[in-house]
Design a protein around this ligand. Sequence first.
Ligand code: JFZ
Length: 312
Amino acid sequence: EAKKMQWWKDAKFGMFIHWGVYSALAGTYEGKKIPGIGEWIMNTAKIPIDKYKPYAKQFNPVKYNPEAWVKMAKNAGVKYIVITSKHHDGFALFDSKVTDWDVVDASPYGKDLLKPLVAACRKEGIRIGFYYSQAQDWNHPGGAAINGHWDPAQDGDMDTYLDNIAVPQVREILSNYGNIDILWWDTPKDMTKARAEKFMPILKQHPNLITNNRLGGKFQGDTETPEQFVPSTGFPGRNWETCMTMNDTWGYKSYDSNWKSSKTLIRNLTEIVSKGGNFLLNVGPTAEGEIPKASITRLAAMGKWLHVNKEA
Ligand code: JFZ
């Protein structure tokens, strides 16, 4: 176990990508600005499934340039990238065979978004991780929702959801893209030990996969995940990674301009590294596939401070 963590401990700096149908709403629903983090808009605004799903037609990332994203990250000093293969809205950025609620079947873009990103990462020597929301899923019946369901179409049996959607999808993302370095679980709502164990046969097939502590069922995984803060003393005896936004949202919001300064972000990185942790810093691309300018300039400033060698 110590051996599989070596690259991760050396890496210290990663880039998180939150991207999905919520990026198309960009913080606004039916003309109203919805407070809170952008990727939660369906839940916060209590949008019914049949009102949310049509927004997939507005998720059309024609400007997506994964090679440029990876080069930008690399020039910032980033050593690994973790992308939301499926967030709580259940929308998969890959071609899932167990649902039509994915980028290939439901969006005009119609192409797998993970495949070219993985390829670009391999080419540039950047490690790749997939975030996967195993418990919360607001668009597949039986998926969990923190604070409960708001649309009867969400009701269903969670074990059936896990057996028919989450477990097969995790098998898909771990099987169809070659060797994946990280699986980033999230919000283990209603995840009992028995439910978490459903994922164990797949995980056992990937002994070098690094997982976090958010699967549920008391599984600790490999890493602690302090969120939006730098822990005062770190986590003795545990690997840890602070994940953080550059503004106040993970998923893109058109009007969130509360950006942290480059100086603050550099200080966060140095403080985290000095305490033995990793920094997973988020970007939220638009539905067109563009990373906000403010994020690009901050990443560039971090790379400059780190004296990362630029390409000729
Ligand atoms: C979760 C997600 O709900 C959110 O949308 C985002 O993906 C973020 C990275 O993770 O939010 C959390 C999860 C855990 C805590 C707080 C927010 N926590 O442990 O304090």
